[in-house]
Design a protein. Structure first.
Length: 173
């Protein structure tokens, strides 16, 4: 996955703002999954519309040397918010659909900073394992009190831009 520090060609992506705020969730899905169309869609209560990037394999926190691992069977969804461009990690119901996401930010607790996220995704009809190592300043990880949703919120860079963004290339930053 591209890093903002090593590839000058991605620096301008941070200055674009969120180019997806006028998209539909279906169109965003097609962009971030490199032409794939959604196989199924879910209606859930959430703070914003989202597009699924894949399934989470591992989460690495800065404050903890251990990683949180998931099997493919129990892996939560990794989604990007249409308006915020935030990453969401959303648990599954027993039928495999995503759970509703608490709308009230008072129902989330700060857990730490995220150093890396690994995920499975099907992009351009090719199954792959992706990982993204975040750079300093590390994004903030908030967990809902019911433990069913995680929101990853970017830190702010000296330039006023977010520490990560999601684009068609993947997670950058």
């Amino acid at each position: 996955m591209p890093k903002r520090s090593e590839r000058q060609e991605y620096a301008d992506k941070f200055e674009e703002g969120n180019p997806y705020s006028d998209y539909t969730a279906q169109h965003l899905f097609k962009v971030i999954r490199w032409g794939n169309k959604p196989k199924e869609e879910f209606e859930i209560n959430a703070p914003e519309d989202m597009a699924c990037m894949g399934l989470v394999a591992k989460i690495f926190l800065v404050q903890n040397k251990e990683k949180i691992k998931f099997t493919v069977k129990n892996a939560p969804f990794l989604a990007v918010g249409l308006n915020s461009n935030y990453l969401y990690i959303v648990s599954k119901n027993t039928d495999g659909s995503p759970v509703d996401i608490p709308l009230d930010t008072d129902n989330y607790d700060f857990v730490g900073n995220i150093k890396q996220i690994d995920y499975y995704s099907d992009k351009n009809n090719e199954e792959a394992y992706y990982y993204h190592k975040h750079e300093k300043p590390y994004p903030f990880l908030y967990v809902s009190r019911n433990k069913l949703c995680i929101i990853i919120i970017p830190a702010e860079l000296n330039t006023g831009h977010p520490s990560y963004i999601v684009r068609e290339e993947g997670i950058i930053g």
